[in-house]
Ligand binder design. Structure first.
Ligand SMILES: CC(C)(COP(=O)(O)OP(=O)(O)OC[C@H]1O[C@@H](n2cnc3c(N)ncnc32)[C@H](O)[C@@H]1OP(=O)(O)O)[C@@H](O)C(=O)NCCC(=O)NCCS
Length: 192
């Protein structure tokens, strides 16, 4: 098993895993298989060639078995923020520590980026294992969005979390109290 950042040449391996994630775990992701930008080879190649973002992949026997994406906001007033998206490990490879390693690699990417101070993500209440992992890595909940996702009449709430890096990190560990989310305007701009 290995963990590494994907390059443009890996795009064709990413597409089927991304599609599987959206089909198998609909309540874990904001995107749908029919409209997901990640179904376009050209789009994924572009993402993988962009140094301001990364997709980290987990491999077993040369096969991609999990991934997580991270991108940085481009606008000057928000470029201190990055966003995690698309966290997925194929079902038969779970609970072996890969999800944690993927997140640690994505966070290492964030820590290397000059001026990056916050990493954001959103997690559905249908994915309590993922939320436990994020809390364990230091993410704190800042908002709860009721019925953030609705599929065939069923709702899922989302927890919005942030990990503060560098100068924004709480000196004594801090304990950010969850607050009601005020606006969705500047929420995750890409697919999750
Ligand atoms: C979330 C996911 C990526 C975790 O991958 P994984 O490789 O199984 O994770 P790990 O083995 O590294 O587990 C790390 C920690 O996460 C937590 N965790 C993961 N899965 C869990 C589960 N099913 N139940 C409870 N805790 C869980 C545990 O705290 C675990 O630490 P531990 O093994 O020391 O107890 C994987 O379950 C998945 O792909 N789920 C479906 C998609 C999804 O929900 N993605 C999240 C979108 S925000």
């Amino acid at each position: 098993m290995g963990i590494r950042n994907l390059g443009p040449e890996d795009a064709a391996h990413f597409l089927p895993v991304r599609r599987e994630a959206l089909i198998e775990e609909p309540f874990s992701f904001g995107s749908s298989p029919e409209t997901d930008r990640g179904r376009s080879l050209a789009f994924v190649q572009e993402v993988l060639a962009d140094s301001s973002q990364a997709i980290v992949g987990a491999f077993a026997d040369g096969e991609l078995i999990g991934n997580v994406g991270i991108y940085r906001d481009k606008s000057p007033k928000a470029s201190h923020k990055a966003h995690i998206w698309g966290m997925y490990v194929r079902a038969c490879h779970r609970r072996q520590g890969l999800g944690r390693k993927l997140m640690e690699a994505a966070l290492a990417f964030a820590r290397r980026a000059p001026g990056l101070r916050q990493v954001h993500l959103s997690v559905s209440d249908r994915a309590p294992g993922a939320a436990a992992l994020y809390r364990d890595l230091g993410f704190q909940t800042w908002g709860l969005e009721p019925a953030a996702l609705r599929i065939d009449g069923q709702d899922a709430a989302e927890e919005h979390m942030v990990l503060l890096l560098g100068a924004d990190a709480p000196v004594n560990g801090g304990d950010a109290a969850p607050s009601q989310k005020q606006s969705v305007d500047d929420q995750t701009q890409g697919d999750r």
